[in-house]
Design a protein around this ligand. Structure first.
Ligand code: SF4
Length: 257
């Protein structure tokens, strides 16, 4: 429930008190199936297959901890060894853009993250990103780095993986994407072992990644001990940001959190 002057979401200290105060009650969907019409029969190219849409805390990157709406699109052409979202490989439901925007707006958030699967595997993803930017959100995309990011709406923050040898998908990296990273973007390595770490250090230095954008190093869950990775980073004085997935610390592997 939000108590709002003139229908706005918050009050600024020092502003004159309003004569009338309206009370807005927002009913949040409790599950994915509670959302209203999703327009599944919209034409090809105007709809997206969605696995889940939910409101949570951002668990990774430089907006960690901010309340964020996540739109998880269905499908991925990769099969990383450590994948924790294989439930997004198939299934989902068709939504048109308006239905997604309506569902996102219900959560009254500032940040929206489009993720997957591999969200760019669906052509209409680019239209969704632009529509979310047009609606005034701060928008990021989480992408595997194997599909072209250079043509994305420039307002979108790109959080891009570089797949390591232990992922089993290293040969699929689209290296030309590195030329399209900007200061506000982030490149992420999920590391499975010491060989992965050494490989990632070489990539950071060879491609001067830390000068292009923020570089994130994460341990693959259950494979590399977080403290071990932290010690390696400190010993090497690496200009990278160590991160753990906040949502997993809070809620484990629960989908939709
Ligand atoms: S790119 Fe992401 S969603 Fe696809 S298999 Fe790898 S970890 Fe899973």
């Amino acid at each position: 429930m939000a108590l709002t002057p003139g229908g706005q979401g918050r009050y600024t200290a020092g502003s004159p008190l309003p004569v009338f105060v309206s009370v807005q009650i927002t009913v949040m969907p409790e599950s994915f199936s509670d959302y209203p019409s999703r327009s599944p029969h919209a034409p090809e190219g105007k709809r997206l297959r969605v696995t889940e849409l939910f409101f949570s805390l951002q668990g990774e990157g430089n907006t960690t901890g901010w309340p964020t709406v996540f739109v998880r699109l269905t499908g991925c052409p990769l099969r990383c060894t450590y994948c924790d979202t294989s439930y997004a490989f198939q299934g989902g439901e068709w939504w048109d853009l308006d239905a997604i925007l309506t569902a996102v707006a219900a959560h009254e958030a500032h940040y929206v993250t489009v993720t997957g699967g591999e969200p760019l595997a669906q052509k209409a993803c680019q239209d969704l990103l632009t529509a979310l930017c047009d609606a005034g959100y701060t928008v990021s995309i989480e992408t595997s780095g194997v599909l072209d990011i250079c043509g994305l709406d420039p307002r979108v923050v790109r959080v891009m993986d570089l797949k390591t040898p232990a992922s089993g998908e290293v040969e699929k990296n689209l290296w030309s994407n590195l030329d399209c990273l900007r200061a506000q973007d982030q490149v992420k390595f999920v590391l499975g072992d010491r060989a992965d770490y050494d490989w990632a250090v070489v990539q950071v230095k060879t491609h001067q990644l830390a000068e292009r954008c923020e570089v994130l190093f994460s341990p693959a869950q259950g494979t590399l001990a977080p403290a071990t990775l932290a010690d390696w980073i400190l010993a090497d004085r690496l200009p990278v940001r160590f991160q753990l997935q906040l949502h997993k610390i809070l809620w484990g592997d629960t989908p939709g959190r």
